[in-house]
Design a protein around this ligand. Structure first.
Ligand code: GLU
Length: 426
């Protein structure tokens, strides 16, 4: 957890919030605004089900390593549980719980017929071989398959996992239950994945930025963006934002950052990163550190990597007008309070990065129908849903005089609560 600047800047209670408590803080605030009945709030406070599994994996050096893995199913009132699986050293139970909660509200905000879940394994996939990752993915699936199902819980990729991980998991599930492509989304296209799923999260981010620019009445060519993270989400955000005309003036990944006020040539950067394995060392821009990146002067700052990167400590240094939350939970409540006080707009994660789960929904429906959509159709349907959700959220914020995150949670919590009531849970 991050410490506040000083006790005055943020009360200790805020500073000590765990990731799941931070998400819950938004839900509690929302519950007050929408006058949610206390019993419904009680149901939303904790996940419906959590499993922790011991995952023994024989490593390439023949030694046995025991990993710890989780699947958290937060709320299933609106449909089967949905959410990715994270392989990361920081993917502990509380982090996974927070991410599962965010999935409940993300699916609700996007009107997808899903509840929210998340999985995680505490490991460092960058230090594991392909065969080790294959064994870990299968072992994880063997230990959680009993709570999954095409109409029960459908995992997907998240940080540290990708289409290959989903292929191994689908195969492991198939060995136990028979061929079941709809058991995971984000699969390789050859194994029933959807066209456009790999770029979907970044596309959703870029569409929202384009819509926000339209709202501001500014041409994207006059908007400078800074993107933290050049993985799946960050890199596709840069590519598609660039197509819309936005100028990418700084990017970074774990190995370092780059800045070029005139705009980075994204196609050239991609060619470099494909060979170097990182954006670091690219000659078309000046090297900068991650702290410098966050403090780079720009219009839209896009954290697209880890959670909790903008905190009570560094939010004062941000020199952007708008923070676009492409990552899940990149701003702590203390950071959010500082940004609000400084008049910086925050476009919330449950809208901004929802393009991924939206195309996961399309993939799931295609699998159930044993049918395939062309890429154009996927992108067009994604666009329609992102634009509609963006418009609804902005209209609600304007009507209620709330910030975008508050409006997003108000809409999402209301819908979940309606499903809870209709099912007769309260
Ligand atoms: N992991 C992604 C997210 O955080 C996608 C989840 C999914 O496709 O189910 O939204």
């Amino acid at each position: 957890m991050t410490a506040p600047l000083s006790p005055e800047a943020a009360p200790p209670a805020v500073a000590t919030l765990s990731p799941s408590e931070s998400v819950l803080a938004s839900v509690r605030e929302s519950a007050e605004r929408i006058r949610l009945e206390p019993e419904a709030l009680e149901l939303l406070k904790t996940p419906w089900r959590e499993i922790r599994a011991q995952l023994p994996v024989r490593m390439d050096d023949r030694k046995l390593r025991i990993f710890e893995g989780y699947r958290v199913q937060h709320n299933g009132a609106r449909g089967p549980y949905k959410g990715g699986i994270r392989f990361h050293p920081r993917a502990d139970i509380d982090e996974v719980r927070a991410l599962a909660m965010l999935m409940t509200y993300k699916c609700s905000l996007m009107e997808l017929p899903f509840g929210g879940a998340k999985g995680g394994v505490m490991c460092d996939p960058t230090r594991m071989s392909e065969t080790e990752l294959n064994r870990l993915s299968r072992t994880y699936m063997q230990h959680i398959n009993m709570i999954l199902g095409v109409t029960r819980d459908i995992p997907a990729p998240d940080m540290g996992t990708n289409a290959q991980t989903m292929a191994w998991m689908m195969d492991a599930y198939g060995q136990m239950h028979g061929y079941t492509p709809g058991i995971v989304t984000g699969k390789p296209v050859e194994l029933g994945g959807s066209f456009g799923r790999d770029q979907a999260t970044g596309r959703g981010v870029a569409v929202c930025m384009r819509e926000y620019a339209r709202l501001e009445g500014i041409d994207p060519r006059d908007i400078r963006i800074v993107v933290q993270g050049y993985g799946n989400v960050g890199s596709w955000t840069c590519r598609i934002a660039n197509e819309y005309g936005f100028r990418v003036v700084a990017v970074s990944d774990v190995k370092g950052g780059l800045a070029n006020p005139a705009g980075i040539d994204i196609a050239a950067l991609d060619r470099w990163a494909a060979v170097a394995g990182s954006v670091a060392g690219f000659e078309g821009a000046e090297p900068i550190t991650n702290e410098q990146l966050l403090a780079t002067e720009c219009d839209y700052l896009v954290p697209a990597a880890l959670g909790e990167v903008i905190t009570g400590e560094n939010a004062g240094a941000i020199r952007a007008r708008v923070v676009v939350e492409a990552a899940n939970h990149p701003v702590t409540p203390a950071g959010d309070a500082v940004l609000a006080a400084r008049g910086i707009t925050v476009l919330p994660d449950i809208l901004i990065n929802a393009g991924g789960v939206t195309v996961s929904y399309f993939e799931w429906t295609q699998n159930i129908q044993q049918f395939r959509w062309a890429l154009d159709r996927v992108n067009q349907e994604l666009e329609v849903r992102m634009v509609a959700a963006f418009g609804d959220l902005m209209a609600r914020a304007a009507k209620d005089g709330t910030r975008a995150r508050q409006a997003a949670f108000d809409i999402a919590v209301e819908r979940v609560a309606r499903a809870i009531r209709l099912r007769g849970f309260v």
